[in-house]
Design a protein around this ligand. Structure first.
Ligand SMILES: [Zn+2]
Length: 252
């Protein structure tokens, strides 16, 4: 049987990068193929048929031709445009952050249906939620968990002592909470992990997005939890995410 020259897939456009005079290389996150990189020829020309279908954060169905160095998109149809995410800068910046996280924690050509479900579920919910902070926290911890970096919040990561309800600290380098004893011995920087923030993060790790959006959490607790998840993500990725700055500016 001859090798297939063209394949079809569906996925969310995570980003695009200009190449040449009129082309772009797109990174598309698909459930069954993982991240796929493919060129869209001529999309930066206003006459391009593909152009409007391949914007970042669009859920698309694409036909892709195998190329020697880079695959090429031959056809694209919009499955869902997430238009409401584009209407509002706050939603747009949050959605860009989700896409950047999904990009950072996934691999090319490695199927990751779980991460895909997290992303598409959160993009859908983000269109209708007025207050995205809980959604962002949920996505952060679930992405970390899916990628194999589940934060340890029940036991001391060092001595495995079961943590009684109380305030502790969190070590990004160790990937978990430290008991009072181990905290004094730790040479790594630590962050506060109050009982409230710990409860919220545990809840997000166990419960659905819908449940987590319903649970009222005081703003200072969400902020503390966010400092922790972001620091941990930064430690794991060994870099800052570009979309964070815009999100913080928009959030004021
Ligand atoms: Zn300990």
């Amino acid at each position: 049987m001859a090798a297939r020259k063209t394949y079809k897939t569906r996925g969310i456009v995570l980003r695009h990068t200009p190449i040449g005079e009129a082309d772009r290389v797109l990174t598309i996150f698909t459930p069954e193929l993982g991240k796929v990189r493919a060129a869209a020829r001529g999309v930066r020309r206003i006459t391009s048929k593909l152009a409007g279908h391949l914007e970042p954060l669009t859920y698309v169905s694409v036909s892709i031709s195998r190329g020697r160095t880079l695959d090429v998109i031959s056809d694209a149809q919009i499955v869902r445009s997430f238009v409401r995410l584009r209407e509002d800068l706050s939603r747009m910046s949050s959605a860009s952050y989700l896409a950047e996280l999904a990009d950072a924690f996934s691999t090319e050509r490695e199927p990751n249906p779980e991460m895909f479900q997290l992303l598409i579920g959160c993009l859908e919910a983000l269109e209708s939620t007025a207050e995205p902070t809980r959604l962002l926290r949920w996505f952060e911890v679930r992405t970390l968990d899916t990628a194999g970096f589940r934060p340890e919040l029940y036991e001391c990561i060092e001595c495995r002592l079961r943590l009684e309800p109380g305030d502790y600290v969190y070590s990004s380098a160790r990937g978990g909470a430290l008991c009072h004893q181990c905290k004094t011995l730790s040479v790594d920087p630590v962050l506060p992990l109050s009982l409230g923030a710990n409860k919220a993060l545990r809840y997000y790790l166990r419960r659905t997005l819908a449940d987590s959006l319903d649970l009222e959490v005081p703003a200072p607790i969400l902020m503390e939890a966010g400092r922790l998840t972001r620091a941990y993500i930064r430690y794991v990725l060994e870099r800052d995410l570009k979309s964070i700055d815009l999100m913080d500016i928009v959030a004021g």
